[in-house]
Write a protein that binds this ligand. Sequence first.
Ligand code: ADP
Length: 370
Amino acid sequence: MSNQRSGLVAEEKQALLAAIVSSSQDAIVSKTLKGVITSWNPAAERLFGYKEREVLGKHISLIIPEDRIHEEDFILEQIGRGQRIEHFETVRKAKNGTLIPISLTISPVFNERKEIIGASKIARDISEMIASKLEKERLYEEVNVLSRKKDEFIALAAHELKTPITSLRGFMEVLQLHATADSLQAGLLERCVRQTNKLTTLLNDLLDVSRLQIGKLLLRCEKFDLVAMVQEVLSGFTHSARHRFIFKNKKPVVIYADRIRLEQVLTNLLNNAVKYTPAGGTVTIKMREAAGKVYVSVRDEGLGIEPEHLTKIFNQFYRAVDPGANISGLGIGLYISKEIITRHGGTIGVKSRKGSGSVFVFSIPKQYQQ
Ligand code: ADP
């Protein structure tokens, strides 16, 4: 194919190349193998402050800070061996003495006989990139400090609030001893005890969140029957006439795990099932074993969850409830549950459709391995 037919002739190519170099936003400089500058484009003029005529024939060390002169030896040595240097982050000195952080890409230049006769380098000003990286690091550190402060505050506040609540609980128990059965006082005291228990659970959850942050939530494993544990937890719910509970498993399923923490997970799933299911709905718990694992599911007939929230509801403080729905909660129960299950080497997940109820399933190995 002739040059005409294949595209540009050599002269046109040369002109095009010159136009590209001249209009480039990056500084493009070429030099001999001895470091003598042989070309200097307008972007180099803007970046380093020297006009082309001031630098042609001068040594490249003109723009290299004294403490970086050794870099040039390394660069020329690499180029002499025909190797390219990519994205080499360094600093160069402008005419007015300003130090400019740049990213250099340097390639050897060959003559027609394929001999290396020099180097061409593209220098990109990365001051803005470095400034924004530093700013991001500063913001990240600031957010971390604030987040640690928030965790410390939550832990402290929860701890301080627990003390008076424990006293209240004690006083109520004494009053309960003196209240005659079936009296108005007995009924009211019972409700007070239930509310203080709720408060204690909330505070314990908040304490757990801060324990999780600092990796202090430890598992205390023991051997126990999971079926008996589910029945026991359920007995705390079945007094509610608002929902029906179904759990048919009878045969013991003995596991080695942290009983108290698993009770906490199940209680949380049942509390949610009840909280997000209108009165009259059924909550079904199922358990099955497979491949050394035990699977527990809690199905409800409640509000269900929109698909976009499904992966996020296990995040800390995430709530998927409509603010107008007036359903209380802190958005930490599922986060803690997930952490507990993960620490057991298990998994937890949910399937749900808006308006059609939800099913939460967790699985853990029957034998927790430390
Ligand atoms: P909380 O219930 O205190 O908001 P959780 O961490 O237990 O916090 O749950 C996170 C969110 O997941 C809830 O705010 C709710 O939007 C959604 N959710 C959890 N369980 C159910 C459920 N059974 N049915 C519908 N939504 C649920």
